[in-house]
Structure formats: C-alpha cells, structure tokens
Ligand binder design. Structure first.
Ligand SMILES: O=C(O)C(=O)C[C@]1(C(=O)O)C=C[C@@H](O)C=C1
Length: 365
C-alpha cells in the first residue's frame, strides 16, 4: 500500500486494453491476499500508461526507493504482456526486462569492485535495482473488428481503408485481414484500446480489440473471433519492487476466469525468469543449459535479444520451471535445486553476468 492505503498498479492503457483486463484480475486477486484483518479487501487503482516502457518506468521511478517514501502517487506494481501463443514474444517487454537485468548486473559488479560510480548513476541504478516479476496470468484473447457507429450497414470492403491495432494483434489476425480486408492498410499503434479510441472519429477506419473494448468506446462490432488461431493466449506478468506486493504474490496462481472455484488438488509449478550474458566462445550456452539439465530443472523457454551496445551480440532470457516429471524422489526439493544450479553457474563463471528477474507460481489445473 502507498501512503493512501491504495494499491496502485500501472498497465498498458488506455482503458479497455487486454492488459487492462489482466491488471484488473491480478489486482483483485492480489488485494484479496493483502487484506487487513479488519477489512474485507484492500483497495486498488489501476493506472493507464501509454507504452510498455512507461509502465515499467512508472514502477521503477515512483517507488519509495526513488526518494519519495511518502508519495501518495506511488506506483506499487505494473502489468505488461510478455508473450502470445500465436505471435511469440512481446519484444518491448523483454527488452525492458533485459535493460533492468543489465543495469542490476552492472550495479552489482560496481559494488563488488568498489568502483566509484557517479552519484547520479547510482541513483538511476538503485531505482531499478529491485524490480522483480512476481506473478503470471494467461488470458485467452478473442479479437473483434470494430468500427465507428454508422446508420446503414455498408460492407467492410468498401468502408475500411485502415485497420488500427497493436502490432501483436495485427499479427494475430494477419490471415483474416488478408482474406477479408485485402485493401485496408494495417496501422500499428500503442495498444488495441488506443486503436479503438482512434477509430471513434474516423468512419473509414477500423480497429482490432476485444469486444469489451469495442463496447467501452461505443463502437460497432463488425466481426468477432477474427484471430487466426482459436487457441490464442497471451501471458501477462505482474512486477513490483515493494516487499509487501512481492510477498502477497508469492503463492498467487492467478486464474483468468474469476468465479471458477479453485481446484484444491491442482498442482503448481514455480517459474523463474533468468537473464544472462555469455562469453563469445564455443559451447558457452550449452554449458549453462547442461547445469539446468543436471539439476532436473525444466527449461520452458529460451530467447535471445540483441545486445544494444554491440551489434550481433545477444543477451539471453531463460525460463526455468522447477518441476520435471523425470525428477526422482531422491532429488532435493525443486527450489533448492534451482538455487544450487544458479550458484553453480555463477561459481563456474559460465556467464559474464546472470540476473534473476523474478519468479511466478503457475497453476497446473
Ligand atoms: O494492445 C493491447 O490491448 C494489449 O494489452 C497488448 C497486447 C500484446 O502486447 O500482446 C496484449 C494482448 C494481445 O496479445 C494483443 C496486444
């Protein structure tokens, strides 16, 4: 909670974006966990930001560690999309987390070497130092084509010259657009809700967004379920640098369907997000992966992002799930195995640096 007792959570806005849906679900489930004994539920406020970097910056820079401990406008946490099952990674999100990990690693190296970094650098690094991913939510994504309300119902072909949406949403509907609106120009904008907002004033434009978003901006729903794959799911992550949020989120296994009773027998797995840089030597990546394998940890995703300081060099993001069906009962507890694996990678200096971006509990229903 901030000074006003309200949990403020930033999200990629404006209102009506899919990230808004995710932020509302996560905020409700998180505040249920944070409720004080005397009241039923802590209050929350979800706050729209214009871009993914802005969501992350709002959390990293308005925290108590930024020197404003009593600010009533503290952004306690943020929600951003990280991956879609059809189109893959949300690179803007990955690049922001890579930036945080890189700065944190540099700060740790400077502290270790007792380097005399300038004060302003220290402050900038300190702000981002403890941002951690702490929960993951997966939402089914069903896209609609929406248009400004019109009195008659003209055909799509004749009326739509431009289709606004977030690049991920345009890509998830690529085949539908080619089949149904071959003459319309796809126009990428910051979010699906921003797209809906834009086409409120443009009769010859359409937007791709959710049905809720179309209604929110009082638009006509011209077509429903236009994503190319029926099974279209986006993963969102909650992140924070506040101890009470990180603590409350620790065992949170967020569900997309709110009123669904929790299955008491559902098992859950802990997912940890690692980020590292490697020496440019043969076998460097495989040496790290061998450690993960030896400790019976399940690598669920690997991704490399360009290192912005040197062309053709990369930083790696690794997702490790602490449960593997092949692990035997004689193995130590999964969390312990992960800690040992990380320690081994660090002690053997297999990476130039390695940062733990955070962990999230996932329900296996
Ligand atoms: O534009 C939005 O509504 C978002 O919340 C972003 C986003 C994304 O980046 O993947 C979220 C879910 C869908 O996959 C499409 C767009």
């Amino acid at each position: 909670m901030d000074a006003t007792g309200v949990l403020r959570i930033g999200f990629l806005g404006p209102q009506g974006s899919y990230t808004h849906d995710a932020a509302l679900i996560l905020a409700r489930q998180l505040t249920d966990r944070m409720s004080l004994p005397s009241c039923s539920r802590a209050a929350f406020e979800v706050v729209p930001c214009e871009t993914i970097p802005a969501v992350i910056a709002s959390v990293a820079t308005s925290s108590p560690s930024s020197g404003h401990p009593h600010s009533s406008r503290t952004m306690m946490a943020g929600v951003v999309p990280i991956e879609n099952s059809t189109e893959g990674s949300v690179t803007a999100t990955l690049d922001e987390f890579v930036r945080i990990a890189t700065e944190r690693a540099a700060a740790a190296a400077a502290a270790a070497a007792n380097a005399a970094a300038s004060q302003s650098q220290d402050q900038e690094q300190a702000r981002r130092t403890s941002v951690k991913i702490c929960a993951e939510l997966q939402l089914p994504i069903v896209h609609c084509l929406v248009q400004k309300r019109q009195s008659e119902t003209p055909t799509l072909e004749r009326t739509v010259k431009r289709v606004y949406s977030h690049p991920q949403a345009l890509a998830q509907c690529r085949e539908w657009l080619a089949r149904n609106l071959p003459g319309a120009e796809p126009v990428p904008v910051a979010s699906t809700a921003r797209a809906a907002e834009l086409c409120q004033n443009e009769p010859d434009a359409a937007a791709i967004c959710s049905e809720r978003c179309g209604h929110l901006y009082q638009l006509d729903i011209a077509a429903r379920g236009i994503q190319d794959l029926d099974n279209n799911i986006t993963r969102f992550v909650l992140f924070s640098l506040q101890d009470n949020v990180l603590q409350a989120a620790r065992n949170l296994t967020p569900r997309a369907v709110l009123n669904q009773p929790l299955n008491p027998n559902a098992t859950s797995v802990r997912r940890t997000f690692l980020c590292f840089s490697l020496p440019h030597t043969p076998g460097a990546l495989s040496d790290v992966l061998v450690v993960v394998k030896h400790h019976h940890l399940n690598m669920s995703k690997i991704e490399s992002r360009p290192d912005r300081s040197t062309p053709w060099r990369y930083t790696f993001l690794l997702q490790v799930d602490e449960d593997l069906p092949g692990a035997t009962s004689s193995d130590s507890a999964p969390a312990e195995r992960l800690a040992v694996a990380i320690e081994e990678i660090r002690a053997s200096r297999l990476c130039l640096w390695l940062d733990v971006l955070g962990s999230a509990q996932l329900a296996l229903v």
